[in-house]
Design a protein around this ligand. Structure first.
Ligand code: AMP
Ligand code: MG
Length: 343
């Protein structure tokens, strides 16, 4: 099939909505990353998402709605906390896990009795959802296992010929996926850090358990609450190794080991320390939002086949950096070294 490139003009958004209604696939811009969307209530349409991505069938999709008032259409129970979070975070990068109604097919939820729901902070995509008259099920619009897509060009690279259309809404502002919070248990549980920092969530909810999958490596056969968490993720072809420690200690450590075919993924402030070491900055350490926004694009740029090993610098700190760190650690398969000399 030929993949159409659409703009955010009114006519193109109507076209995109018509494709969704008729069971096709459209990549949609959101503030987090591009989504690969289909009619979330049509199992045949949703199946095409898994095929186009090469995504395992037991990895559920997030249902995107255009307004919080739609929550009750797809969720059986709405705890007070869900309404509170919807009011505080939506439209925005927060996904809530809630008990699912029967109208949502098992293909969308991967057979779970819960569903992830989110209202994205992107006018064009909310318009498509409204015009389509159905919620849009969408995972990130990348080939399964690869870094997520944050521009229409990335989506075209991974999905050309496999999907009906891409709506080009420009580069994604946040750059990492949504924060996922499970509200179906006795205590709210953070399943994935994301665009909304965990601090404000905890402040509003009073208590928030951090799921083990957020911090540690998950065995392939583990039963996890967010099934997506157990798979290899965000990984370029090159091996990624996170180098911790001060800017100077890390640069010394890397320079001692640097070989042709290596590259360095660092903060813009550190570029001068890596002269001659094929450095690429993904943002400013002093401005963590630029790091989350630039991470996936930088990993993709280093994924050109010539780079064999990437030494990566990882932000510390809270807010969106929790998510940046999580994605980088996953892309590294949790391989980390401390470059500080032993005390
Ligand atoms: P993606 O952002 O492309 O990885 O896809 C959506 C993410 O949401 C995946 O990590 C899923 O595992 C997670 N997710 C979607 N629905 C649920 C659910 N009902 N329970 C737990 N996690 C979910
Ligand atoms: Mg994904």
């Amino acid at each position: 099939m030929t993949t159409q490139l659409l703009t955010t003009s009114e006519r193109d958004l109507e076209r995109a909505a018509a494709i969704i209604r008729s069971g096709g696939l459209v990549a949609i811009p959101t503030e987090t990353v591009y989504g690969l969307g289909a009619n979330g209530l049509d199992p045949e349409a949703v199946k095409k998402i898994f095929l186009a991505k090469g995504r395992p069938q037991d990895n559920p999709l997030i249902l995107h709605i255009h307004d919080a008032s739609q929550l009750s259409d797809f969720c059986r129970e709405l705890p007070e906390t869900a309404l509170l979070l919807a009011r505080s975070f939506w439209p925005g990068p927060l996904t809530m896990i809630l008990p699912v109604r029967d109208c949502v097919p098992k293909t969308t939820t991967a057979g779970l009795d819960t569903v992830g729901v989110r209202c994205p902070d992107n006018e064009a995509t909310r318009t498509i959802i409204r015009l389509a008259g159905v919620p849009i099920a969408a995972p990130s619009a990348n080939t399964s296992g690869k870094p997520s897509t944050t521009t229409a060009a990335h989506v075209l690279h991974d999905m050309d010929g496999k999907i009906d259309a891409i709506v080009d809404g420009g580069p994604c502002r946040v750059g990492v996926e949504s924060t996922i919070v499970d509200l179906t248990g006795p205590v709210p549980r953070l399943l994935r850090p994301g665009g909304s920092g965990p601090e404000r969530l905890r402040e509003l909810l009073g208590e928030l358990v951090i799921d083990r999958a957020v911090t540690g490596e998950i065995a392939a056969d583990a039963v996890v609450r967010a099934p997506g968490m157990k798979y290899k993720h965000y990984a370029p072809a090159a091996e990624v190794l996170i180098v911790e420690g001060s800017a100077e200690a890390a640069a010394r450590w890397v320079r001692e080991r640097f070989e042709p075919g290596d590259a360095v993924l660092c903060f813009a402030e550190e570029l001068p320390l890596y002269e001659g070491c094929n450095p690429r900055a993904y943002g400013l350490e002093a401005d963590p939002a630029t790091l989350s926004a630039g991470l996936f694009a930088a990993l993709r740029a280093l994924d050109d086949g010539s780079v064999k090993r990437i030494f990566a610098r990882c932000p510390t700190g809270g807010g969106v950096s929790v998510a940046t760190r999580n994605r980088l650690r996953k892309s590294a398969g949790f391989r980390t070294v401390n470059a500080e000399p032993d005390p």
